[in-house]
Ligand binder design. Structure first.
Ligand SMILES: [Fe+2]
Ligand SMILES: [Fe+2]
Length: 166
């Protein structure tokens, strides 16, 4: 699935921690035992948890970008929103597999690969672009940035409720 590598680090502690947590949830999904009778309900529960955390991370990341006057925020936000819309379709596809146990493993692969592939590409290109801006490799904002949120800023305890998009 998605193993954390140092190349994914954007060197902004709060954001890196969120991304590591996303990788962790994806790993937990990969470890679910498909032989268990409650595999599919567990898979759905973890999928909801993954998406809820992702949405929460997006909001936090966007707020952070806004505080630093990131010029690419509008486009970045649109990418997050497109992913959220894609999750609705992903859930529909997974639910269509519910009644066929032979499709349950495929549902896990669909979820894992779809979210992993998107996150990897997004972190490496788009979140990295913000990190370059933040770290001063591109022009800094004209107003002084607010202090950086700490890596231990409040984060929702899991399990979370249903994501708002679902
Ligand atoms: Fe992002
Ligand atoms: Fe991110």
């Amino acid at each position: 699935m998605f193993a954390w590598k140092t190349e994914f680090a954007v060197n902004i502690p709060a954001i890196d921690r969120d991304h590591k947590n996303l990788v962790k949830i994806l790993s937990q999904i990969g470890l679910l035992d498909a032989a268990q009778p409650d595999f599919f309900p567990q898979l759905l529960e973890q999928a909801k948890r993954l998406i809820a955390y992702t949405v929460w991370h997006f909001e936090r990341e966007e707020a952070f970008m806004g505080r630093y006057g990131y010029t690419g925020l509008r486009d970045h936000k649109a990418m997050h929103e497109a992913f959220n819309r894609g999750c609705l379709q992903l859930f529909r596809e997974m639910m269509a597999m519910e009644n066929d146990p032979n499709q349950h493993q495929a549902a896990r692969i669909l979820l894992g690969e779809t979210v992993s592939d998107w996150l990897k590409a997004h972190i490496l290109v788009e979140d990295r672009a913000f990190a370059d801006f933040y770290h001063g490799k591109t022009p800094v904002p004209t107003h002084p940035p607010a202090s950086q949120p700490s890596a231990s800023a409040a984060m929702p305890d899991l399990p979370l409720g249903l994501p708002r998009i679902c």
